[in-house]
Design a protein around this ligand. Sequence first.
Ligand code: NAD
Length: 261
Amino acid sequence: MTRTVEFTGTTAVVTGGASGIGRGLARAFQAAGCSVVIADVDESALAATARELGVLGVRTDVTDPDSVAALADRAVAEYGEVHVVCNNAGVGPFGPVARLGLEDWRWVLDVNLYGVIHGIQAFLPVLERNADWGHVVNTSSMSVLVAPANVAPYVASKAAVLGMSEVLAAELAEAGSRVGVTALLPGAVHSNIKTSLRARPGTGATGLYDVDLEETGRLRFIEPDEVGAMVVDAVRANELYAVTHGEFRDRAAERAARIEA
Ligand code: NAD
């Protein structure tokens, strides 16, 4: 697909839109001319970001299909259509693969994988109603290529999102759909994820996140606004299917070379 799209007068919905990359996506689609709806489970952060950006905020728990369906209904009621959905909300506890509890595994898969599935199922019929175009953006992670230690449930969920996005893109292309799919594979991005990923809420657990990657100086962190701009460019070009930034592409290539050696 090489057709470019026009954003003015369209609507973009972003889950996990209250902070970090979601906030960057919201700002970028707003700057491109879209009306934006942000959705998040964190009510106070959602209200603050919605106020700051002057956009509609809808409290949504992506683990609950009814909550995501209600989000789609609300966006359509407000704006009449939706052209872009960014299934971006994400979490993940850190710890060795063999010692993480099953509750942690379920929590990560519920948010990171089922949250994306709920978003696709609620929004795809809405996107397909558009006469011109629509686009699904699913946030995976470059961790699926570099496989860092202590994030197995996270990497498993993000690999599933990547694979599912590829299948969705193939299914839609085969059906002659006007809806495109982008899997977003961010590298290291400034956000709240370092604190939000320390522990599953309600467990009281601390200290799972034992290495602050940024403090080690081994990674260059980029800003959520840079990610947002890359995604807007990809959607504008209707580019299928993976977006990332160069440093991680290089690291992934290095890793592949090491494995082959
Ligand atoms: P973040 O913690 O700043 O943002 C995540 C947002 O998701 C938060 O506002 C949180 O409240 C929301 N959220 C969590 N559970 C939810 C639920 N059940 N329903 C609705 N919203 C929920 O972190 P971020 O880095 O901006 O993460 C955004 C996405 O980017 C995630 O999918 C994350 O895995 C992915 N990612 C981040 C990085 C990075 O370096 N920051 C790298 C690769 C991928």
